[in-house]
Every structure is written in C-alpha cells, then in structure tokens.
Design a protein around this ligand. Structure first.
Ligand code: CA
Length: 692
C-alpha cells in the first residue's frame, strides 16, 4: 500500500464529517447532495455505501421523469429536503419529489431563443444550480442569475450578471460561500472580457466583480477589487488587447474553499486564439488559462497559477476544480486539483498557489518542453507552438484532453477519476478568420499546419484513474468515456455514462466494469447519489442529443436503487437519417459562394461540437428539396423558436439559394462516398473536438 494510508485516515474522517454536516433530508440519517460537487471539497464523493461493487448488479430503476427541452444536457442535480432539482437546456429548472419522481414545479426563465445563433459558442445547456438560504440559485444562458424559493419555485430575486448582446452567456453552476453566490461567464470565443462575480444570497445585489484580464490601462484600475492586480496583469500584454476584450472567461471550474475562505476558479483562453494576434510581440497574458484564487468576501486577489501562458490552443483552464487533503511525504496537504484540456494534472496548495506537482496525464504533450520548478512549475513553452508568430501552424498534443465533464476523487482509494481523451489538434492563424461559424477566433480550422501530423499513441476516449500522490496513472478503462461526468462512492464504485447509451459502474480500486444498464439516451452529466429513509439512490440525466443527428427520443432524469423494478417504455425505433438530396444545381462559383456563406453563418451550429446539442446535420435536411422552405427558414425565421433565427440581416434569398446549392452538392458527394465508420464509439477515434 502506498504512503497514502496516514492521509486516508485523516481524509476519510474529514469527508465523513463533511457529509453528515450537509445531511439535510427529512429524516436524521438522510444524506443528500446539496452542492454541485457534493461534499464541501467538491469531490463528487459520497460516504454512502449501501450500493457496493459487490451488489451493484442489483441496481434497477426506481423512477424516471421525461424532460421536454431539446438540446445538450450537462446538469448535475441537487437533492435537498427530499426534493431533487435539475437544470435543463435554455436554463429551465425542474423540481421533483426525490422518492417518487413526481414533478413538483418547473421554472422557465424564458431565455430568448435567438441568442443561440448570436452569443453562444457551444451549447444552450446548463451545468447546474446552487442552494443557499432556502433558495435555488442558477445562471441563465442569457446572462442572468435567478433565485427561487426551494419549496415553491417562486422567484425571490433576479440579477443581471452579463449582457448577452455583448456575447456573454452562463452555462456553469454557481457556488456558495460567506453568504455570497459566485458565478462565472462564458464568451471567450467572442470579443469579451472575462470576470467572476459575487452576489448577495439574500438580496441578489452584486457585491464584487473580479476581471480576469486587464482593461484599457488609460482608464485606470477596475474598481477596488482589482486595484493592485490589473496593472500587474497588464504588464504581460502588448498592443491594444482591450479592443477585443482579451477573453479569460470563467465558464465552468469554480470552488469555494471553506478552509481558506478563498474562491478558486479557472479561466478560459484568450481571444483571438493566436497569441500573436491579441498580444503582438508576446507576453504571458495574465490571467487567461489560469487557476486564480480570490478572497471570498471581497474578491481581492490572493494567488494565481497560469497553466498555459500565451494559450493559443483553446486550452482554457476551466476544467473542474477539486479540493482534498492528501498525504505527500510526511505532510498532509490541503490541495486543489485540476486536469484541464492541456493534458497536465495539477496538484496545488490551496492556501498559497504553490504547485506541488504538474504531470502529463496523457502520454505525450508538445506545447511545453518541461516545467521550471524553481519558478513554481512555470511551463517552458515550445517556441514552435507559437503558430501565430511562426506562420506555419501547429499540430498540438494533446487536444481537448479533458474539458468540463465532472471528475471525482475518492479518499478511500486516493484516486481521481477523470474522463480523458487522447488526440491531436491543429491550429493555423488567420487574421479575421471566423471559421468556427459565429466565433471570432482568428484561426483557419481547415488549414493544415506545415509538416507531418504527429501520431497519438492509442488514441481515443476513456476513463482515467490518476494517483495524485504517486503522480501516475493507476488504471485506464477503455469502456469508460472521455465525455461524461463521474461520481465515486464509499461502495468502491465509480459511476459514469458510457458509449452506446449506457450508464455503468466500475470498481474504484481497479477500474473493472461491474455494471451497465441501457438508458436509451446519452448519459453525459455528473451522476449524484443520496439516501432517504435508508434507501440509497443514484440519479443521472440521459439525453436524446447525439452527434450528427437531430435529437429524437426522450431526455430523462433516471433514478436507480437496489432492486428497483421500474422499466422504461420500449424505445421508439430510431428514425433513419436518409440522404435524399435533389440533383446538383448551380455552377462551381455558386457552390463556392454558398460554401463561404455557410462557413461564416451556419457552421458554428451545424458542424463539429455544436451538433452534439441537437442542431441538425444539414446533409439530411428535407429542406434541401424545397427552396421555398429553405429560404423561409434561413431568411424569414420559420424555426426561430428552435433557436434557428432569421439571418435576414446577413443573408438574402440569393444567398440562401447559394448555400442550398453547396449543401446539395455536399450531400450528393456524401451519398456517392458514404463514410466507412462514424466518429466516436469505444476504441474508435475521438469525435470532433467540441470547442468550449
Ligand atoms: Ca474556449
């Protein structure tokens, strides 16, 4: 056994104490799920052990509930006082009886649908709510923070966090501490300036805002919270970065640490993506792609660690953050841990920002040549990776190694369970390039870098167990997923949605698969567990949303227990996607014009990662056969309620017809040369990167 034994005893004690402290059910002994990450350290670990690696085969459905909203589901539920709450696409909030599944109420914040096309890089989803002061509090896709009475669903207050007209959005879950609610924003694929804000739980009044990148230095510091730190950050930038905002959005990883009274959060990429274009001549560009800690009460800067200086790879650093007390040598360290897209697993002292270790968790990285341990493990950047400067483009390893999907840490095994991917990304700078649809990222996505593409050892997606003390892979499970959240329990289990529309459990110590069940949908968000009246339940959301197909089928909250006997109704037969384009029409010039217009206006929703949200693959749309219908959708906004707004401000009827000619030619090409295999799947190549 490893050196962890001493730490285990300490940590297990802390975790158990924390769990009982949050037990808030109807009965003494109920253990619920009152914050996004479960216990106060946000480990997504539960002390519940009624369900074990030995009896998990007896898990069956206790109840399920259908959720109508179409789109990507990323929400971790909350369970408080016998009620289970979940957010849904378009930021709707549902409340169900946690024992029976009876819907108690629903709150629809009426987010304007057109922002899907104008202000959002990736998804109309929501990753969850927070609970405090008898209220459920969550962010909306159009930049509001809403609090409702947890019992009745009646609105208590609503505050504006950010302006969607300036292309901010909220998909992440708020966190709670010191009577405040902490909320971040998305939008670093547009010209935004990132920040984290704190609001009063009782009133909804904003208490502080911490900007993650400096503004125009000629306008002075940005408020008391940032007085001293923004000039320091500004020294790491060049040119007029503020004209394009700078980026550094705070779209997912946030944790409030009660032991240090700090809010620790991750920041996203800079904008535009190539460092040379946003900060000509270099500079690290603080605080993009960093972990930042601020004092919870005031928002005053405490420490930062920049994981990827000059980030030009959309690495973000917004992956989930997990606190733990772990034994390193003869010391017990209170640490924050993260495994972001850049492929490095970080263990950092929570109180100070001192890096204890930084190790690649995928086999090979090439954006950094190593770490300068004398300077708090600052990465030594590969000069070839600065593709905006070299003009050659760059194949980067890894690509999107772990994005937002929930990780979990089990104090009993000492392991962190991370959904991971091995792949290679490519970047080529193009000033003014908006190749990712509406996103202003200034890269030519389809332009290959110079030189050979590097090979990836055993590519694909999998479930990774990482040992943060031994600093090594404990096990990898290829039947696991690189795109689904994890939950771990004292029953020696890790739960995760896996490819093939299944929900599975693995032994936490060895990774052995011990259970799987058909869900009829894709299980992507983090599962949760709770105990009421002595019965342990496991809850997770499954979604009809898939890649490369319009969303058909049900979205559901699924709740399991031992010997649960409820059956899902038979799944409707899949609706086959039939390639049925009309004959090609138009000449080469028309196709080229249509392709350019499509690339600029449509691809952001209908290509790559956005299709995982259920935006249709236009190769298959029946509208290709109906010019009037196609024009009425594109120009007149016939499907505006679905988020497909009218493009009349940028496209006329002739433009729509040019796009239809390109799509028709492409669909006929696909019909003549069908792909041999689809993307993703167990052991297969990873699906196209979903840039967040
Ligand atoms: Ca990003």
């Amino acid at each position: 056994m490893r050196r962890l034994i001493f730490g285990l005893m300490v940590v297990a004690g802390v975790a158990a104490c924390s769990q009982s402290a949050v037990a808030a059910g109807d009965n003494p002994g109920d253990v619920e799920w009152t914050r996004n990450g479960g216990n106060p350290d946000e480990q997504r670990y539960s002390t519940l052990n009624q369900v074990t690696a030995g009896n998990v085969g007896q898990l069956g459905l206790a109840w399920y509930a259908d959720i109508p909203e179409r789109g990507g589901y990323q929400s971790t539920p909350l369970v408080i006082d016998g009620v289970i709450y979940m957010t849904a696409p378009w930021s709707s909030l549902y409340a169900f009886d946690a024992r029976s599944g009876k819907q108690l109420w629903k709150f629809d914040p009426q987010a304007p649908r057109e922002i899907a096309a104008t202000s959002i890089c990736c998804n109309i989803s929501n990753r969850g709510a927070a609970y405090a002061d008898g209220k459920i509090i969550w962010g909306t896709i159009d930049g509001r923070l809403i609090a409702v009475d947890a019992k009745t669903g009646k609105k208590a207050w609503e505050s504006r966090v950010a302006d969607p007209k300036r292309q901010y959005s909220i998909t992440g879950a708020p966190r709670i501490g010191d009577g405040l609610v902490f909320i971040g924003v998305g939008g670093a694929e547009f010209y935004t300036r990132g920040f984290l804000s704190a609001f009063d739980v009782k009133t909804g009044k904003r208490v502080w805002r911490f900007y993650t990148v400096p503004g125009d230095p000629s306008k002075g510091p940005d408020g008391a919270a940032s007085d001293n730190v923004m000039p320091m950050a500004a020294k790491t930038w060049n040119g007029k970065w503020w004209e394009k905002g700078g980026g550094g959005s705070t779209w997912d990883g946030i944790v409030y640490d009660p032991k240090t009274d700090l809010v620790i959060f991750g920041t996203g990429n800079g904008i535009p993506w190539p460092a040379q274009l946003r900060s000509p001549g270099g500079g690290d560009n603080l605080f993009i792609s960093s972990i930042v800690a601020v004092h919870a009460k005031t928002g005053k800067y405490k420490w930062h660690y920049q994981a990827t200086p000059m980030d030009g790879f959309d690495f973000d650093n917004t992956a989930p953050l997990t606190l733990a007390d772990i034994a390193i040598g003869d010391r017990t360290e209170h640490v924050v841990m993260q495994a972001p897209k850049n492929g490095v697993f970080y263990v950092i002292e929570a109180a100070t920002g001192k890096v204890l270790s930084a190790d690649p968790y995928v086999p090979k990285i090439n954006w950094a040549l190593g770490f300068d341990k004398e300077h708090n493990w600052k990465p030594i950047l590969n000069p070839e990776a600065n593709y905006g400067k070299t003009g050659k483009g760059f194949y980067v390893l890894p690509s999107q190694a772990h994005v937002w999907h929930s990780q979990s840490f089990n104090p009993q095994t000492g392991l962190m369970y991370v959904p991971a991917r091995r792949g290679v990304g490519s970047f080529y700078a193009e000033k003014g390039g908006r190749i990712l649809g509406n996103q202003m990222v200034d890269v030519a996505m389809g332009h290959p870098p110079e030189g050979p593409k590097p090979q990836v050892e055993n590519p694909g997606a999998y479930l990774l167990a990482w040992d943060p003390v031994e600093r090594r892979v404990a096990w990898e499970q290829r039947e696991g997923s690189g795109s689904a959240g994890t939950l771990t329990t004292a029953g020696n289990l890790v739960f995760q949605g896996v490819p093939g529309k299944k929900f599975a459990a693995f032994r936490a110590d060895t990774g052995e698969k011990v259970w799987a069940v058909d869900t009829q949908g894709n299980v992507v968000p983090g599962p949760v567990t709770y105990s009421i009246d002595g019965v342990q339940y496991i809850a997770v959301i499954s979604s009809a949303s898939t890649g490369f197909a319009a969303a058909a089928g049900k979205n559901r909250l699924l709740v399991y227990k031992l010997k649960g006997a409820v059956q899902l109704p038979p799944a409707p037969p899949p609706v086959p996607q039939v390639l049925n384009p009309p004959p090609d029409f138009g000449d080469t010039a028309m196709h080229a014009r249509g392709q350019d217009l499509y690339q600029r206006n449509c691809s952001g929703c209908h290509e790559g990662g956005r299709m995982f949200s259920g935006f249709p693959d236009l190769n298959y749309t029946v509208a290709l056969n109906a010019p009037d219908l196609f024009k009425s959708i594109v120009v007149d906004g016939a499907l505006a309620e679905n988020g497909m707004i009218s493009f009349k401000n940028s496209l006329n009827a002739n433009d729509a017809e040019a796009i239809r000619s390109f799509l028709t030619a492409r669909a006929n090409q696909l019909k003549r040369n069908p792909p041999k295999f689809g993307p993703g799947g167990p052991g297969g190549p990873p699906p196209p990167a979903a840039h967040q």
